[in-house]
Design a protein around this ligand. Structure first.
Ligand code: ADP
Ligand code: TRP
Length: 324
């Protein structure tokens, strides 16, 4: 079984990334051949600062390794070190109906955020699900651990693969998404989906003071500590708490329901829980950051393992369409 996922280096990774993609990826690395890449080509659709891209790319590698990606078990590489991704994307884009991409929620949301003007959105953002399909199909991936926001992109990948197989003969393995219901959509501080682009994240490895401040200033309703809060299960901090520690999260919910327990105490307890959860990973990350050569070596070795697989699939696809 081959497992594959990608994360864009477009900002600091957060709890949504951790529970939606990283933790499932780390658990799955013991159950098959794990292929995890840093989607730096994808990041070009939203980020145009070369220095930032370089830094975020390195940081994504650090975060994955700190949180438990084992390079002896899983292959970790930078997408741009395997340019076969973009060549396969061209083969696929020629058979992808525009309508399929026009229906993608993530594209529609981004257009809406930019004021509804399709004409001002870059073509890469529109075509991005095709590159994502290439990422997945290039490695004959069976399972793709992602958050729910990527479900539709997985459907696009499957549609494209089926169409290619139909037109040019059996070439690609049809992948399955792996979306864990309990963490399908991790809520952000404002209750929307937590996302780098919504400014509502809790960063995995933010600075202590800033993280505490961010958590303590999460806006809540104006009920006094004394009042019972029967809707405590809807509280964003309670929901995040339960992801980090189910028992303690349920306990906090019960305290709020009973009354006599305020939001300040909840947020303080949450900060402690969050900080302790990531403490061992923070220590490991600091060690790795002190030795950037080792991280670069892991990425180079990852690219060397990914390349022959990508080349073989691309050669098969080119042959199927008469490009050999
Ligand atoms: P972002 O939305 O912050 O830019 P990405 O698009 O780079 O994050 O997502 C990387 C991975 O993390 C994807 O598998 C995505 O589904 C997952 N993910 C991101 N945000 C969340 C969230 N709030 N809940 C669950 N999974 C998420
Ligand atoms: N589109 C994904 C995101 O923004 C990142 C990604 C790119 C990906 N290629 C992928 C995820 C292939 C899984 C498989 O979150």
């Amino acid at each position: 079984m081959r497992i594959l996922t990608g994360i864009q280096p477009s900002g600091a990774l957060h709890l949504g990334n951790y529970f939606g993609a990283m933790l499932p990826g780390i658990q799955l690395q013991n159950q098959g051949e794990a292929f995890y890449f840093i989607a730096n080509y994808h990041s070009m659709t939203s980020l145009t600062d070369p220095e930032l891209r370089r830094r975020y790319t390195f940081d994504v590698a650090l975060d994955w390794l700190a949180c438990g990606l084992d390079p002896a078990k899983a292959v970790l590489w930078r997408q741009s070190d395997v340019p076969e991704h973009t060549e396969l994307a061209w083969l696929l884009t020629t058979i992808t109906p525009m309508g399929l991409l026009e229906r993608c929620h993530s594209f529609k949301d981004k257009v809406a955020k930019l004021g509804g003007e399709v004409g001002s959105v870059n073509h890469g953002l529109f075509a991005y699900p095709v590159l994502m399909a290439a990422d997945i199909l290039l490695y004959d991936s069976n399972i793709v651990p992602v958050g729910k926001d990527q479900k539709q992109h997985l459907e696009v990948t499957r549609d494209i693969a089926l169409k290619f197989n139909h037109l040019y003969g059996e070439t690609f393995v049809i992948p399955e998404p792996r979306i864990q219901e309990s963490v399908a959509v991790v809520p952000g501080l404002d209750g929307q989906k937590m996302s780098k682009s919504y400014n509502n994240t809790i960063e995995l490895f933010g600075e202590e003071k800033a993280t505490r401040k961010k958590i303590m200033s999460i806006v809540m309703d104006s009920r006094t500590p004394e009042e019972p809060k029967p809707d405590a299960d809807h509280n964003v901090v309670v929901q995040l708490f339960k992801l980090l520690n189910a028992t303690e999260g349920a306990n906090q919910e019960a305290l709020l329901r009973a009354g006599g327990y305020g939001y300040g105490s909840l947020k303080k307890a949450f900060f402690e829980c969050f900080w302790n959860y990531f403490a061992p990973y923070r220590a490991r990350r600091a060690e790795l950051a002190a030795n950037p050569e080792a991280v670069h070596r892991i990425l180079a070795e990852g690219a060397a393992k990914a390349t022959p697989i990508a080349r073989a699939t691309l050669a098969r696809a080119k042959k199927a369409c008469g490009l050999d």
